[in-house]
Write a protein that binds this ligand. Structure first.
Ligand code: 5AD
Length: 361
């Protein structure tokens, strides 16, 4: 570690340059990572507390109009398609509300038809009615028009997740088909819409994509800062044998390096944006058992227990070997509480956990 970085890590008010970030991203091995994680852990404790917020995740449907080359629920992937019923969604919301998770995420394959738009609107109104104003409702339903985002906001959603996937436009093009439906500009425009409307806005990237460089990841981090994002969820790229990007599997970093890089990205982001919400993702847990807890220890402060009914879970495989497919809801919830206690972390029940960065802006 250069003296400059060592000093920068010690100084809370330092403004990191791209070169600083590049140096941090090139850290590897226990010793260097220990130094970095020591700082990111301190920053986490000081700015967002030694805590974790829970968001109950509902994977509403795997029906998707898009054909992203990395994703297991892409339109062209032959598989069983499902939609959860309204009753199932409401039941999941009640579970989250009753157990004081205090927030939920409704995620779905992307659709822009009227039927889908009004269904989401109706569900939002119902969930908001049951849960009251202090419950966090996040949507993750892809790219939509300004009008749709506004309609959903007015119906009760207050947070939205839309990953940019990679800020390198060449890479963005490489991982999406050239079919007129996938464009970097549209994705960016949607993120602006969301912020303008007043959503707590979340984005994120995949880490270890084929041909992705450390410079790309440094640019991703700088994008989060310059866009002044409120929440970030990012995790390792996981190759799925049923989708086109699988053919590039020899051009991705080793599993161990993707795991390491994912933790480094979380730590660097916490140091860069001290009071945002950062999720420790299922993809991270999938690449290495226990890695999600590590993510929480070194900087992340959000996790998303899965509330999707079990019979649908095998059909919502964005990537293969997805972790936590079989745990029972209540058991899973209890395990999280036990685990957090073991790690000395507070689980923030009964508080919806708005992004402090959002509340201050
Ligand atoms: N590996 C890792 N993450 C993936 N996602 C989709 N497919 C994969 C994959 N193969 C992530 C994308 C998307 C989010 C819902 O899941 O980043 O935005």
């Amino acid at each position: 570690m250069s003296l400059q970085i060592a000093k920068a890590l010690e100084n809370e008010n330092v403004v990191f340059t791209k070169n600083d970030l590049l140096e941090i991203l090139s850290f590897t091995g226990d010793e260097q990572l220990k130094e970095l994680f020591k700082v990111s852990t301190q920053v986490k404790h000081k700015y967002v507390g030694n805590s974790v917020y829970l968001r109950g995740l509902v994977e509403l449907s795997n029906i998707c109009q898009k054909d992203c080359l990395y994703c297991g629920i892409r339109k062209s992937h032959t598989q069983n398609r499902y939609e959860m019923s309204d009753e199932e969604v409401i039941k999941a919301a009640e579970f989250a509300f009753d157990r004081q998770l205090a927030s939920m995420v409704i995620q779905s394959g992307e659709r822009q038809d009227e039927k889908f738009i009004s269904r989401i609107e109706r569900l939002l109104k119902q969930v908001r009615y049951i849960t009251g104003p202090d419950f966090g409702i996040t949507l993750s339903c892809g790219e939509q028009s300004y009008k749709t985002y506004k309609k959903w906001f007015d119906a009760g959603a207050n947070r939205y997740l839309l990953r940019i996937e990679s800020t390198n436009q060449r890479l963005f093009k490489m991982i999406h088909p050239d079919d007129g439906k996938h464009s970097y500009e549209t994705r960016m425009e949607c993120l602006h819409f969301l912020k303008d409307i007043g959503y707590q806005t979340g984005t994120g990237v995949m880490i270890g994509l084929p041909t992705q460089t450390l410079e790309d990841l440094a640019d991703d981090l700088l994008f989060f800062r310059d866009f002044d994002i409120h929440m970030v969820g990012m995790g390792p790229f996981l190759e799925h044998p049923g989708v086109p990007l699988y053919h590039f599997k020899d051009q991705v970093p080793s599993k161990h390096r993707r795991y390491e890089l994912s933790l480094i990205m979380i730590a660097a982001l916490r140091i860069l944006m001290k009071d945002i919400n950062i999720a420790s993702t299922t993809a991270l847990e999938t690449i290495k058992l226990g890695a999600r807890d590590q993510g929480l220890m070194i900087g992340a402060n959000v996790m998303m227990p899965n509330l999707t009914p079990h019979r649908y879970r095998e059909s919502y495989l964005l990537y293969s070997d997805k972790s936590c497919l079989r745990q029972e809801l209540d058991q899973n919830f209890q395990n999280i509480l036990i685990k957090a206690k073991e790690l000395g972390m507070e689980v923030c029940l009964g508080r919806s956990g708005d992004s402090l960065h959002f509340s201050r802006s």
